[in-house]
Design a protein around this ligand. Structure first.
Ligand code: MRU
Length: 371
């Protein structure tokens, strides 16, 4: 996608520097900063402190981190300790473990002399695959938006609501929830997107930045406004991303997603979740019982970051000094509240049968492991 007319991906390999470059998302939407990752500690910090964020992007970044480690020391011991170090950076998004496992499965079968180059090639493959997967999610989601647009005889915009940022900067490109929006806009379908602010970190501001850069009409709303808009017939469809989806179709996503799904159900509004297949955790059935929910720092709630009138990026405290906080970063929306899952292979019911029909090889591998 473009930033001020220049095409970017959210990460890219700089051959001259022989290093990965990322967009440091901590400063968006106020400042566009690029960071070069030079050490394994840089990679771990970038994921943990959310310089990069969003499930697919975390996975791709981890693969490049493994490549750096393997080029420095391709031993089994270093492979294992790098896997451990990167895997513990963030607990909920499953793409991280998926990418690390994919690296480990390939590298353990190779002589150490080949591991450095093979790990880098695999990281490039994972990044390219993510772009293609998200493009295909967009084409399947476009069909759903076209159906709604066709029912609007008056040519009024299709009104979508999204939560958090499941946009191109949460992936390598296109985004998951935003990919159908970009495709629909580019196909000439009038859209308006309600963008939840998504406290505490306000990832909605990233979505607003993305949609604004692409010329898509949108409004930034408080997290509590969605239900009211739905009750007044102002939302046609909800599309969110997900950090981990279980094999029965429970969806773990940014905190507050569940409340949007409840409001959508009460108002008979379709609630879709867009996801690349690496976000499916085939080892987990019940999301409420089995997915670890990341607890994040108190400062994310007690303070807000923004731009001052004189252009500085500043952090302000909003709570009384010493106020106790709780900051669970994700919640689980049970499958019965999800209208459908938009994947790179098509749209399916949020159920084990639905996902198995689209991904029979994964489902069979899971059954074989269980058996
Ligand atoms: O904590 P974050 O910002 O990494 O959380 C991101 C989300 O919850 C996204 O909605 C999800 O990862 C899907 S991104 C394509």
């Amino acid at each position: 996608m473009k930033v001020d007319g220049t095409p970017y991906r959210s990460l890219w390999w700089d051959a001259d520097a022989d290093a990965l470059h990322i967009i440091d998302q901590r400063w968006l939407p106020h400042d566009f900063r690029i960071e070069q990752l030079d050490s394994l500690a840089d990679y771990a910090n970038a994921i943990k402190d959310m310089h990069v964020r969003g499930a697919p992007l975390i996975g791709a970044t981890a693969a490049y981190g493994m490549a750096l480690a393997m080029r420095q020391d391709p031993s089994d011991g270093n492979l294992s300790s790098t896997w451990d170090m990167l895997n513990q950076t963030r607990p909920t998004a499953i793409n991280l473990r998926w990418a690390l496992n994919r690296c480990r499965d390939l590298l353990l079968g190779l002589p150490v002399s080949q591991r450095g180059q093979a790990a880098l090639t695999l990281a490039h493959e994972i990044a390219e695959e993510d772009v293609d997967i998200n493009r295909r999610i967009g084409l399947h989601g476009l069909e759903l938006i076209q159906e709604i647009a066709a029912q609007k005889a008056d040519g009024n915009p299709v009104r979508l609501l999204t939560h958090c940022n499941a946009g191109w900067i949460a992936t390598v490109d296109w985004g998951t929830a935003t990919s159908p929006m970009y495709h629909a806009h580019d196909a000439g379908i009038p859209l308006h997107v309600w963008v939840d602010e998504t406290r505490p970190r306000n990832q909605g501001a990233l979505t607003a930045w993305e949609l604004g850069s692409h010329g898509i009409s949108h409004s930034y709303i408080t997290d509590n406004a969605g239900g009211h808009l739905m009750q007044h017939g102002l939302v046609d469809m909800v599309i969110t991303g997900t950090d981990r989806t279980t094999r029965q179709g429970d969806v773990c996503n940014k905190i507050g997603t569940y409340l949007k799904a409840l409001a959508a159900r009460d108002n008979e509004i379709p609630f879709y979740v867009a996801l690349p297949s690496p976000t499916i955790d085939w080892t987990v059935l019940n999301g409420l019982k089995e997915i670890p929910i990341e607890d994040r720092a108190a400062e994310e709630i007690s303070h807000v970051q923004g731009r001052t009138e004189d252009g500085r990026i500043a952090t302000l405290q909003v709570t009384p000094l010493g106020t106790p906080t709780a900051n669970p970063a994700f919640d689980v929306t049970p499958n019965h509240l999800v209208t459908g899952l938009i994947t790179e292979r098509g749209v399916c019911e949020a159920s084990e049968a639905g996902l198995s029909a689209l991904f029979p090889e994964k489902s069979a591998a899971t059954s074989a492991t269980k058996g």
